[in-house]
Design a protein around this ligand. Structure first.
Ligand code: ZN
Length: 252
């Protein structure tokens, strides 16, 4: 059974939409991930998680939305960034197009932390239109279910955690000979309790936050399996739940 929307004909898509009200959309970014990782890291990982879950649950999956909210990485070459406003509109309108065919439950698999605020707004606004959107982020699963797999310094941007996922999923585009460890710098005006509008380059020269040399495909595979199993659980729970129990309604 086909699960990727772009591989279906319109009649096959009709067949799916007539029987199902759920879909998965992977989103990510195209931004620097240190000297060893591909720029596509965030959207490639999101796509892999979404497609595997779609296959194992028979759920429709859209093409990945590759560009995200990444202007804070722009000093590093090849980072393609769009504004939160544009990203939000693009994702929201994609969801609304799905809802035209009866989709009421949408799982957004987000591969880039910088997209989160915009996605939370999209989900809130669509719930008002009786479309339920959940946002899934793989690294949060690692926090909860694999807390001992990495040290804190291995969990930063482009560090061992993310690099391990790349090594497990597409090792041919990772160059571990270029992997570095770099402790992020604190800006001189930083004190406790402040949020500063700084860029990645203000903290790291290589683009890596922490330790990336300890990455391994084995760790990546472990993360991938754990993450996909958790997402399968979520998708199945959504399937079992009526939309009436997911959208807002007045108190009785
Ligand atoms: Zn990333």
């Amino acid at each position: 059974m086909k699960v990727m929307l772009h591989e279906m004909s319109w009649t096959e898509a009709k067949g799916y939409f007539e029987k199902n009200d759920i879909a998965i959309i992977p989103v990510g970014s195209n931004e620097q991930h240190g000297p060893q990782n591909p720029l596509g890291t965030d959207h490639l990982i999101a796509r892999a998680i979404a497609e595997e879950t779609a296959k194992r649950t028979g759920t429709l999956c859209l093409q990945v939305i590759p560009f995200g909210v990444s202007s804070h990485h722009k000093q590093f070459w090849g980072t393609i960034y769009i504004s939160p406003k544009t990203f939000k509109s693009y994702v929201k309108e994609t969801c609304l197009a799905l809802s035209y065919y009866g989709v009421r439950k949408i799982v957004i698999v987000n591969g880039h932390g910088g997209n989160r605020c915009a996605l939370v707004e999209v989900a809130r606004e669509l719930r008002e239109k009786e479309v339920f959107v959940s946002i899934f982020q793989w690294w949060s699963v690692v926090d909860k279910l694999l807390p001992n797999l990495f040290e804190l310094e291995e969990r930063g941007h482009a560090a061992a955690e993310e690099t391990s996922m790349n090594l497990a999923l597409h090792p041919q585009i990772v160059d571990m000979n270029k992997a570095v460890n770099e402790e992020p710098r604190k800006h001189s005006v930083q004190t406790e309790g402040t949020t500063l509008s700084l860029d990645t380059v203000d903290h790291t020269s290589s683009g890596v936050f922490g330790k990336s040399t300890t990455a391994s495909p084995e760790k990546g595979k472990k993360i991938f399996e754990t993450v996909v199993n958790e997402l399968i659980k979520h998708v199945n729970l959504l399937k079992e739940t009526k939309i009436e129990d997911l959208i807002s309604k007045p108190q009785v």
